[in-house]
Ligand binder design. Structure first.
Ligand SMILES: Nc1ncnc2c1ncn2[C@@H]1O[C@H](COP(=O)(O)OP(=O)(O)O)[C@@H](O)[C@H]1O
Ligand SMILES: [Mg+2]
Length: 221
């Protein structure tokens, strides 16, 4: 097939139909890729709905672009179509940590690496917003990747940084209860990376905020 005949996006299979987005796998100019199409939410005001969906997809693409420039392990953007709320990105050959963590020989080592990665993300002045073990991928060579920046923020507040740790902490307790004190390893990794960016929050401040959020949640149930 000549280049001119090659379909641009060749859908192979739908891998995830979430409430917010349809994620599918296919080929982009022959390369393995992932397409994410954000669904309109069906709110009462279609015009506002369309604008919000468009904004979210543009924000997700902007964040991926920014992170890849810093060699952060996340997908790279191939294509973005804000009118159809679609992003096409590189496919990462790795499995969600959700499926792997409970079977690992030394989960603590992986958790410490995840802590470092979260700190690198925060030092890039970005919060994730949905940091569960479904959105962290682990490759067969034990390389880690973070995906799904649909709820991320640029220039987050201290609270958003603390919340990233809190969301992960809750997910580890709920789905990976066989690992004792997982946050100890995460925090060890998190504070081991120095804050080279004077604009971002100090690691210890983020940990303190995380502890505060945790006790707030415990107190108010
Ligand atoms: N770039 C990617 N490479 C490989 N798998 C991916 C990629 N993006 C998404 N996936 C897979 O699709 C699932 C859903 O994608 P995600 O971006 O997390 O959407 P949602 O917002 O619906 O959670 C992920 O948990 C992961 O298994
Ligand atoms: Mg996800």
């Amino acid at each position: 097939m000549s280049d001119a005949e090659m379909p641009i996006w060749n859908l192979e299979k739908i891998i995830h139909e979430g409430a917010e987005a349809t994620v599918s796998e296919g080929k982009w100019f022959g390369k393995s890729a992932i397409s994410k199409v954000r669904r309109k939410r069906g709110y009462r005001y279609p015009e506002l709905d369309r604008k919000l969906t468009k904004k979210r997809i543009a924000a997700e693409a902007r964040i991926l672009f920014r992170l890849r420039k810093k060699s952060f392990p996340c997908p790279s953007i191939y294509y973005i179509d804000t009118n159809n709320s679609q992003i096409i990105m590189s496919k990462i050959f790795a499995t969600p940590l959700y499926e792997k963590l409970n079977k690992l020989q030394s989960p603590k080592l992986i958790l410490e690496e995840i802590g470092k990665l979260i700190r690198r993300l925060h030092l890039s002045d970005i919060s994730h917003g949905d940091l569960t073990t479904h959105n962290i991928l682990l490759s067969p060579r034990e390389e880690l990747f973070i995906i799904d920046f649909g709820l991320s923020r640029i220039s987050p507040e201290l609270e958003h940084l603390g919340l990233d740790l809190q969301v992960l902490s809750e997910c580890l307790t709920a789905s990976h209860a066989n690992i004792k004190n997982p946050m100890e390893a995460i925090i060890r990794g998190y504070i081991s990376i120095d804050g080279a960016n004077p604009d971002s929050e100090n690691a210890n401040k983020v940990i303190t905020r995380f502890e505060e959020i945790k006790s707030r949640v415990r107190y108010h149930g």
